[in-house]
Design a protein around this ligand. Structure first.
Ligand SMILES: [Zn+2]
Length: 187
């Protein structure tokens, strides 16, 4: 049976997420998540996406929406949960990629490291490391789960990249490669 990977494009519907330099987080997340899902399917994985349009599936309030994302992955019996987000900071110089997990020294953290290695190698972006966070989707999922923050919309250079379809395709392919490397190496 194919490994089951649940892809969560962060935000959507009434909750656009961060906005910076004219770029909206939910759009970046959806674009990268959709390409990531396609790339993983092409590798032979069984992929389910929480949303494939700006509004699909998204409910209010946000806390209930986040619980629903985790519950869908749990009910489906996903082997891995990948949430795609884009960052923002009050400091416009802040830049780079980071990936959050519920616990360090875990399968999730090793998966996160593999994603970070592939993404930083492919794009030459700053490696802000694997970090711990008590995020709802990480806490409430039953399988290894990671939340990738692709880059900073508040940084003018990164916002340009995050708005570029070529760059989105490249980071999606790199994340898929990082996931695939991890799964192959853990067999
Ligand atoms: Zn977000």
């Amino acid at each position: 049976m194919a490994v089951k990977i649940f892809i969560d494009a962060g935000h959507g519907g009434p909750n656009p997420g961060a906005v910076g330099n004219g770029v909206i987080e939910q759009d970046v997340n959806l674009s990268v998540a959709t390409q990531l899902a396609d790339d993983l399917r092409a590798m032979g994985y069984d992929v389910r996406e929480y949303r494939t349009t700006p509004d699909e599936n998204v409910i209010s309030p946000v806390a209930a929406d986040l619980r629903k994302r985790a519950a869908e992955a749990n009910d489906w019996g996903a082997d891995y949960f990948i949430s795609i987000h884009t960052n923002s900071s009050t400091n416009p110089a802040a830049n780079g990629i980071e990936t959050y997990v519920y616990r360090l020294n875990s399968t999730s953290a090793r998966l996160a490291r593999s994603i970070m290695d592939a993404a930083t190698a492919a794009l030459g972006i700053k490696d802000n490391g694997v970090r711990q966070a008590n995020f709802s989707v990480l806490r409430n999922t039953n399988m290894p789960a990671v939340l990738v923050e692709l880059g900073y919309l508040s940084n003018p250079t990164e916002a340009l990249n995050l708005n570029s379809s070529a760059w989105r395709a490249k980071i999606a392919a790199a994340i898929a490669e990082g996931i695939n490397n991890f799964i192959i190496n853990s067999r």
